[in-house]
Design a binder for this molecule. Structure first.
Ligand code: HDE
Length: 716
């Protein structure tokens, strides 16, 4: 008979060694569940070999199907139940595996195990998503992007469930169902899909001034990233990190993309809905297959507890960011995404994130939006994943051991041995036992914040400023970014049927952000805004900063041209040597030169050889690539200049501010398309060597911003 557990230490070394994980531990853990059918017989789920998978069992060849056909019934039953409810928000997503490795600075701020050793790689699974649309909607719609990371640490799963914008629409979780009902497709006709350009969204946000800052972000080009790798990520809320001495500090989490920040252009994003609705997920998948991992640095802004009230806003208010000029971002680690999932449903669809999944060393703040989220995620997953055992689904399991006294419920897979499912117990020696909090490998202990307050249903006065940071964001944008934001409001409101909603936005919201913004949007709608901001001064708020450069998308460029995709337009009669020379130069720097031709047939070169096209002109249209080069060669140039698709290709690239290059007589194609050669971002030369330096520099800059004002004149 075992000894009384309370006379024994409640942890042993064996458990410590069991907990060590590395970058591959999640993959190893998933290996148990991977299934490869190669070389195996076709069988039913009960293991019976199937002889005929084409015909159901019938009473005679032309007779009715028999109820007895267990093989048909099993197959059809399973099929009938294949779908689970999609996420109520963030339904459309794509994910990848990778790892996180801390920098030295991390351990100073948190005792969490994953931050302690700079040599340690913790496996991660990251899901990117849009918010509004259903699972089958388009990737490049104007929307917030989710950026949810599950760290499979030695001490359990930590989920950092963030977005690509640092603030949110509302201050209290109580308003979340209203916000989501307003932005989702309208209830009477389920229109529009994946978009905010409709009456109910603008009705709601124009009646909720606290949303003004976030709406401004969503009207910026951040709302359609060029690639997930070019996207920043934010934890949004203020969290807490707890160090080994038990000291707590407030932090904001940031993901900084090592490749810089880049977005699409609205017209391009819209065209991509039709050209490639899977654009973002396809690019991420392709890059990872190609060995081009996605990389971010995790950074934190740290605020000491005593500085909680040192700002002109409340750090618990999720509609506010902490300007980087006031609190710089300290990098604490790097994340690399380098492996695609094996199965979309099993991994990406069934993964369950929850901001409430934290580990010792990480804790919450009283942000009322975060507090509400701590309830919502577990609740929604019970429905979506069919009960309380979804933690047993392979993608959701921690890589460290987990034992407790929870039992039963639908689809239970763990076979718990023994008689004991309660605690305390003396039958199983007290196992599994509690672990007291400790500097390392301790049990989770909530930060002991002192609270002395009345129970009230109210909002803090310190949450009353709704416009100061919207103004800060506006003043931090470049001229081109401001133009794009004006165009976005103008477009979105043009889709709003009710005039009073449009007027409310133009007269009651926008002037509080900027009079010029209100005037320009008003001009498009024939609505005159008031002479002065109409909001009371406490709502207008104040900010001690005029501008914050980190808020501009152009702030973080890319140091090189890696991952960029360049179309090389070629038809029969092309100068193959020049095509290959350009491809080589691009490839040497990690970019790709893709041969785009009128058809998929091999392209005959003047040298007498052939080139294999990567795509047809309408197969990979210019919206899917970053720059365009027209190859030389008399017949090739004539064919492209005489083809609507060829001309449209370069016109559209011009309209979307892409660098364009013409080699030799390739310039004739540009001229036929109405593009002047040369001009800003349009280059021509006889050889690749003469042209490359300028072209490469323009590709590095990603867009030719100086062209923005006249790009709209291009009829593409
Ligand atoms: Fe979420 N959110 N959210 N959210 N959220 C969900 O959880 C919710 C908020 C975010 O790839 C849901 O499993 C409430 C902010 C991401 O699987 C749900 C509130 C931020 C994802 C939910 C918010 C997010 C979700 C839907 C306000 C950025 C996708 C399905 C109080 C910091 C995760 C699910 C994935 C998903 C609730 C606001 C990020 C319903 C109640 C702020 C990235 O539980």
């Amino acid at each position: 008979m075992a000894k009384n557990p309370y006379t024994q230490p409640n942890r042993d070394e064996a458990h410590d060694t069991e907990r060590r994980t590395d970058a591959n531990s999640k993959s190893d853990n998933l290996e148990t569940y991977r299934s490869d059918a190669t070389g195996h017989d076709l069988r039913t789920n009960q293991g019976t070999r199937i002889a005929d998978n084409h015909n159901s069992l019938k009473a005679g060849e032309r007779g009715p199907t028999l109820m007895e056909d267990f093989i048909f019934r099993e197959k059809m039953n399973h099929f009938d139940h294949e779908r689970i409810p999609e996420r109520i928000v963030h339904a459309r997503g794509a994910a990848a595996h990778g790892y996180f490795q801390p920098y030295e600075a991390a351990a100073r701020y948190s005792k969490a195990g994953l931050f302690q050793d700079t040599g340690k790689k913790t496996p991660v699974f990251v899901r990117f998503s849009t918010v509004q649309g259903g699972r089958g909607s388009n990737d490049t719609v104007r929307d917030v992007r989710g950026f949810a990371t599950k760290f499979y640490t030695d001490e359990g799963n930590w989920d950092l469930v963030g977005n690509n914008m640092p603030v949110f629409f509302i201050q209290d979780a109580m308003k979340f169902p209203d916000l989501v009902h307003a932005v989702k497709p309208e209830p009477h006709n389920e229109i529009p899909q994946g978009q905010s350009a409709h009456d109910t969204f603008w009705d709601f946000v124009s009646l909720m001034p606290e949303s003004a800052h976030m709406v401004l972000w969503t009207m910026s080009d951040r709302a359609f990233p060029r690639h997930y790798r070019y996207m920043e990520g934010f934890g949004v809320h203020t969290f807490r990190l707890i160090d080994r001495q038990g000291k707590a500090r407030f932090v904001k989490f940031h993901w900084k993309p090592l490749a810089g920040t880049h977005s699409l252009i609205w017209d391009e994003a819209q065209k991509l809905w039709g050209r490639d609705p899977d654009f973002n997920r396809r690019e991420m998948w392709g890059d990872i297959e190609n060995g081009d991992a996605l990389e971010w640095e995790l950074g934190i802004q740290v605020v000491e507890e005593e500085d909680e009230h040192a700002f002109d806003f409340d750090i618990l208010d999720p509609t506010k960011l902490i300007p980087e000029e006031q609190v710089p971002v300290t990098p604490i680690g790097k994340m690399v995404l380098d492996r695609n999932p094996d199965n979309y449903f099993a991994e990406t669809e069934q993964v369950a994130f929850n901001p409430g999944n934290v580990i010792p060393g990480i804790d919450f703040s009283n942000d009322p939006l975060l507090q509400g989220r701590l309830f919502s995620y577990l609740d929604t997953q019970m429905l979506r994943l069919g009960g309380p055992n979804f933690h047993e689904i392979p993608i959701n399991q921690p890589v460290c051991p987990f034992h407790n006294h929870q039992r039963d419920a639908p689809h239970r897979q763990t076979i718990n041995k023994g008689q004991v499912s309660y605690e305390p117990n003396s039958i199983e020696d007290g196992w599994p036992r509690e672990t007291p909090p400790a500097e390392e490998n301790g049990g989770f202990e909530s930060y002991q914040e002192r609270i002395d307050a009345h129970k009230v249903r109210a909002r803090s006065e310190s949450f009353g400023d709704h416009y100061s940071q919207a103004r800060l964001f506006w003043h931090s944008q470049s001229d081109v970014e401001k133009e794009h934001i004006i165009a976005a409001y103008a477009f979105e409101l043009s889709k709003v049927e009710r005039p009073w909603i449009r007027e409310r936005v133009i007269k009651e919201i926008l002037p509080n952000i900027d009079m010029e913004l209100a005037r320009r949007v008003g001009e498009v709608h024939g609505v005159k805004p008031p002479e002065h901001p109409p909001a009371p001064s406490e709502e207008l708020g104040i900010t001690s900063l005029d501008a914050s450069s980190a808020l501009s998308l152009m702030h973080r460029g890319q140091p090189d041209i890696r991952y960029r995709k360049v179309a090389i337009l070629a038809a029969d009669g092309v100068d193959g040597d020049q095509v290959e020379a350009l491809q080589k130069r691009l490839e040497a720097e990690g970019a790709q030169g893709l041969i785009i031709a009128p058809s998929m047939a091999p392209v005959a070169t003047v040298q007498g050889g052939t080139l294999t096209p990567d795509a047809m002109l309408n197969g990979l249209p210019s919206v899917t690539l970053d720059a365009v080069a027209v190859a030389p060669g008399d017949d090739s140039v004539k064919a492209l200049a005489g083809s609507g698709l060829g001309l449209y290709y370069v016109q559209e690239a011009y309209k979307h501010l892409k660098p364009i290059a013409a080699l030799g007589d390739g310039a004739n194609v540009l001229q036929a398309a109405g593009i002047e050669v040369p001009e800003d971002g349009v280059f021509s030369a006889q050889t690749v060597d003469d042209l490359y330096a300028d072209f490469q520099e323009a590709i590095r800059g990603h867009r030719v911003w100086s062209r923005d004002a006249k790009a709209n004149d291009m009829p593409a």
